[in-house]
Design a protein around this ligand. Structure first.
Ligand SMILES: Cc1ncc(COP(=O)(O)O)c(C=O)c1O
Length: 393
């Protein structure tokens, strides 16, 4: 939150909050994170993310940054060249360059350009989707998934949720979800492959679920990690969008393309849904000329993408072997991170690992502590192995 006011006081200041405004200590007017429906911006209030960023900034020397599922091999040389080639025209608004990117994405997925909405990363579009749905009803999701901690973290936020536990083998329980869809379900959020588990749904099962559920509500499939799936083109639910179903897909270039700091994401959906979604975000206006040009170039650089997948597989195998040698059972991952149970508290492990210059993430669910490690270079995985061995002994 951008003001110095105590969070609780701020929530109590209903008069200002309802106007979308509050007063800072110096008396200046500060825009509160609400939309025009008065719903708190559940996504911008990411205390855990902010704490994580502060921790990284304060770290004396990071040997291996394995906490945010970034791609250490990116961005591609073609993307970097496009950034420098396009920098001189960065005084112009990005319109023509973003249009070119939308055309490239449309062609890639076999949809029309009005079925694509760009964002500065998919976070912006995810936030907009949750706000759009939260204004109408409940968001159904799995407990545990990428956004299942959001409303709990944010005591004042109103994003009504319906959380369906994962199955015993940490899969989405699609059968339970299907039976729970009601008239108040405004959206079903499916993260596939799921973060933080890395587990992926069988594509045909998810496709059948989308076929039925999308006739009742919007199904949002967050495909941030789909590029690491065995067959990204057919494992994606984009075919359901092509069929005209009420399915909304979110994609990011932060992972396979190594664009986490360049910020490019996009939504694929029906033109009417995207028109509605635009009311909750900038409508593609946050995307810069340089990042858009870099994205178009990166999509064409297939050799780079293959190199990333090959290196990711090698480093992942090293991590699997390391964990096996320690008798640790990990969840088989279809993404660029791996989750496994730990016997010490997450925060304790994180601190010990940070002292060794390695950042990782921790979770607590299913009455168990878990560690999530992003896949890095082989040197980073070796640094993880050394730090982890010391930290748990
Ligand atoms: C499942 C999932 N969705 C969305 C995002 C947001 O990605 P970005 O905003 O970088 O596109 C992330 C980031 O890690 C993620 O893990």
């Amino acid at each position: 939150m951008s003001s110095n006011l105590n969070r609780r006081d701020w929530l109590k200041s209903g008069l200002f909050a309802s106007a979308g405004l509050t007063l800072g200590q110096a008396g200046q007017v500060i825009a509160a994170p609400t939309n025009n429906l008065g719903i708190l911006n559940v996504y911008a209030e990411r205390e855990i993310e902010l704490a994580h960023e502060a921790m990284l900034a304060a770290a004396p020397q990071i040997k291996a940054r394995l906490s945010s599922n970034e791609n250490p091999w990116g961005p591609s040389p073609a993307a970097i060249k496009a950034i420098s080639d396009n920098a001189p025209k960065a005084f112009l608004y990005a319109g023509p360059t973003t249009m070119e990117l939308r055309k490239a994405i449309a062609e890639m997925h076999g949809v029309s350009t009005d079925q694509i909405l760009l964002g500065a990363g998919s976070s912006e579009l995810l936030m907009a989707s949750l706000l759009m749905a939260g204004a109408k009803g409940k968001v159904m999701m799995a407990e545990t998934c990428y956004i299942s901690g959001r409303d709990a973290r944010d005591e004042g936020a109103t994003m009504p949720t319906d959380k369906v536990p994962l199955t015993k083998d940490y899969q989405y329980d699609l059968d339970a979800m299907a039976t729970r869809v009601g008239t108040d379900t405004a959206m079903i959020y499916i993260c596939n492959p799921n973060n933080p588990t890395g587990v992926m749904l069988p594509s045909e099962k998810l496709r059948s679920f989308c076929d039925v559920a999308s006739s009742k509500t919007t199904v949002l499939v967050d495909e941030a990690y789909i590029d690491y799936a065995p067959n990204p083109a057919t494992d994606s639910m984009v075919e359901n969008v092509r069929k005209g179903q009420n399915v909304l897909i979110l994609r990011t270039l932060s992972k396979l393309h190594g664009f986490a700091g360049l910020r490019i994401g996009y939504a694929l959906g029906q033109p009417g849904t995207l028109k509605e979604l635009r009311k909750y975000c900038s409508g593609g206006f946050t995307v810069s000329t340089t990042s858009a040009a870099a994205a178009t170039a990166s999509f064409k650089d297939k050799a780079f993408q293959e190199m990333v997948l090959k290196n990711t597989a090698e480093s992942k195998k090293f991590l699997y072997d390391t964990l096996k040698s320690m008798d640790i059972t990990y969840l088989p991952s279809s993404a660029n991170f791996v989750l496994f149970p730990i016997k010490i508290k997450g925060q304790v492990l994180l601190q010990k690992m940070m002292a060794e210059g390695v950042s990782v993430r921790s979770w607590f669910f299913d009455q168990q502590n878990w560690c999530r490690v992003s896949i890095g270079t082989m040197d980073e995985m070796k640094a993880f192995k050394d730090a982890f061995t010391k930290s748990i002994s």
